[in-house]
Design a protein around this ligand. Structure first.
Ligand code: GCB
Length: 615
């Protein structure tokens, strides 16, 4: 597809067209059946696993995939076979293999897998508990990093690429009344043309890192919906519903918001879609101080789903960010999806409560969920705590801009993220990329992503963490020269004055010449400190140095007249293979305001003081 791939469907400001276009969010090959809005059965627990660095369970000795052979060998791991008699040669055995907890990364559960990058096979046996044989059954994965091939009872369900977004497979026709064998091959090898690419500054945790659920739906079910305040007319709620199944066309759907006394009846079109627009009065808008959520119920003859939804608008006017038409300053912090204390990838509600609880304590009204989509518990909790959210996909550093498959992969991850979180009031920014080097190919890639995003969701703001440079060669004056800045709603950039760029006292000598008439947001600044290491403020790695760096940066950044927020780097120390300095880093990026053991460093209080002093 060319640069014009999404040009033809660009639409902004026209509600009817917007509704139409936004439906494409639900038209991906397989629906995502979300366990957060309907009853589900968790498959969490201990699963059997086999480490397979040579992918011996996938390829034969001629390196041909077993699954492409007419007569599949029982040595293919996904057949989950046992010798039929005492002579048969089968060279694996899930039953005799070790177990690992799902959800969870393998790196922090098994010492021997700490640095492992490659294939691991998972197997889970389960009995079907289907209530109605006429129903359909789906398997949903919150995420598996990076590629998952999924098999049920020896048959392939499909595969999914991208380590941080959810996916489902229908298993209705393959489900047995007796025991079912679910086998998942997860491969986290880094790939140059992948998203992300081979080089990042975070740990490449592998495995089935988020919840797996079984869901039962009626034969025609509600596949997805969107509901929100109309961007240009907060007196109206707009939305759409997508049905899936043989009776999808001409079906009645009721949208019900009990607390508002609202009930709207819709009829689906031949594709199973229906859209609506309805007036509302006396609505309590969702905001940071009053994160009001309404129960929203979608009913069809056969199906019901329920969600808790907040209604608000988010816009940009000149240099201001407006939440419900009122200027807001984004007091933020960047967060990696790591569970401090337990260690490894965060995935649970308790992890979310810990991370967002600290953000609240810091005085934040905003978080940047870096550098990939975090688990859904985070945004759902942000909804109920009144924390605004920036979400992003792992288009990070040196992506293969010229590769069409890389673009499709990034676009798919973005669509899966938007499909999942489009009803979360807390989410106000979709970010396209982080610190990507400018070039024509990169500009085209990011512009296409931005156009795709606007076509799916014209109600939120678009950004990207850009880089700064010297203004007309003067190292003391900084500016943003990046063509992609024309496309974004907010001008966001990372800068490391005082860490990679001079010492903290350099900040007072720097001035900023911002030429874009947009709100400025500092998506990163910071420096490292080993918690408990004290000294004078000029000694690198001490808490004192980090504190000083924060003080000087906050002063410098406050002089940017159009500054409308920041998300310093970062809430908690996180694992990175790039950070191996003994005694100080030992595999951790130390720019956290909190150590991996949950102990706050001095700079936490510096930022807290600043945030508490701001409106
Ligand atoms: C950055 C990156 C972030 C790194 C950070 C650092 O600019 O966006 O992923 O971890 O710098 O610590 O160097």
């Amino acid at each position: 597809m060319s640069f014009a791939r999404f040009k033809s469907i660009l639409s902004i400001g026209c509600p009817a067209l917007f509704l139409l276009l936004s439906l494409s969010c639900f038209s991906q090959a397989t629906p995502y059946v979300n366990p957060n809005v309907r009853a589900s059965e968790s498959l969490s627990g201990y699963w059997k696993y086999i480490v397979d660095p040579y992918e011996n369970g996938y390829y034969n000795y001629r390196l041909e995939p077993f699954e492409e052979q007419e007569d599949t060998s029982r040595n293919a791991f996904f057949t989950d076979s046992k010798p039929r008699d005492r002579s048969e040669l089968i060279e694996y055995d899930f039953d005799l293999s070790d177990s690992i907890y799902v959800p969870g990364d393998w790196n922090t559960q098994k010492e021997k897998l700490f640095f492992y990058e490659g294939t691991v096979w998972y197997r889970r046996l389960f009995n079907s508990t289907i209530k109605d044989p006429a129903n359909r059954v789906f398997l949903s994965f919150g995420a598996a990093n990076y590629k998952a091939d999924v098999y049920l009872n020896g048959q392939k369900l499909g595969s999914h690429t991208g380590g941080f977004t959810p996916f489902s497979f229908e298993i209705t026709s393959l489900l047995k009344d007796t025991v079912n064998s679910l086998v998942v091959k997860v491969d986290n090898k880094r790939l140059k043309d992948g998203v992300p690419t081979v080089n990042t500054d975070w740990w490449n945790y592998g495995g089935i890192t988020r919840d797996v659920n079984l869901l039962e739906t009626p034969s025609t079910f509600i596949e997805g919906f969107s509901i929100q305040l109309e961007r240009d007319d907060p007196g109206h709620i707009v939305g759409l519903v997508q049905l899936n199944g043989i009776d999808r066309s001409g079906s009645e759907v009721e949208v019900h918001i009990p607390e508002l006394g609202k009930s709207v009846l819709l009829k689906t079109d031949e594709k199973g879609k229906a859209s609506f627009r309805t007036s509302v009065d006396s609505l309590r808008l969702w905001s940071v101080n009053d994160p009001k959520l309404y129960k929203v119920i979608f009913n069809t003859k056969e199906d019901t789903i329920t969600d808790m939804v907040g209604f608000r608008t988010i816009t940009v006017k000149g240099r201001d960010i407006l939440l419900n038409d009122r200027p807001v300053f984004l007091k933020g912090i960047s967060i990696h999806e790591e569970s401090p204390i337990r260690g490894g990838r965060a995935h649970s509600k308790a992890d979310a409560r810990q991370l967002l609880g600290w953000a609240k304590e810091l005085g934040c009204n905003f978080v940047r969920l870096a550098h990939y989509p975090h688990n859904e518990h985070m945004v759902r909790l942000a909804d109920s705590l009144g924390i605004l959210v920036w979400e992003e996909i792992p288009v990070y550093w040196t992506i293969s801009w010229e590769n069409e498959a890389t673009y499709e992969n990034a676009a798919n991850q973005l669509q899966e993220l938007i499909r999942r979180d489009r009803n979360r009031a807390s989410v106000i920014i979709w970010s396209m990329a982080n610190e990507t080097p400018t070039s024509n190919a990169r500009n085209r890639f990011l512009t296409d992503l931005a156009e795709l995003t606007r076509s799916l969701d014209p109600t939120r703001l678009i950004s990207a963490a850009l880089e700064q440079s010297s203004y007309q060669g003067d190292p003391w004056v900084r500016t943003i020269e990046d063509d992609f800045a024309r496309v974004t709603d907010i001008l966001s950039f990372n800068q490391y004055i005082g860490w990679y760029d001079g010492l903290p006292d350099k900040a007072e000598k720097i001035s900023w010449k911002i030429q874009q008439n947009k709100p400025v947001f500092i998506s990163e600044f910071g420096g490292g400190a080993k918690q408990g290491y004290f000294g004078d403020k000029h000694t690198r790695w001490t808490e004192d140095y980090q504190e000083y760096l924060y003080e000087e940066n906050i002063k410098m950044l406050s002089s940017i007249e159009q500054l409308r927020g920041m998300s310093p780097w970062i809430l908690v120390d996180f694992r990175s293979p790039r950070r191996m300095l003994p005694k100080i880093q030992d595999g951790w990026n130390r720019k956290g305001l909190i150590s991996e053991e949950g102990i706050k460093k001095k700079a936490f209080y510096t930022l807290q003081k600043y945030y508490l002093s701001k409106e």
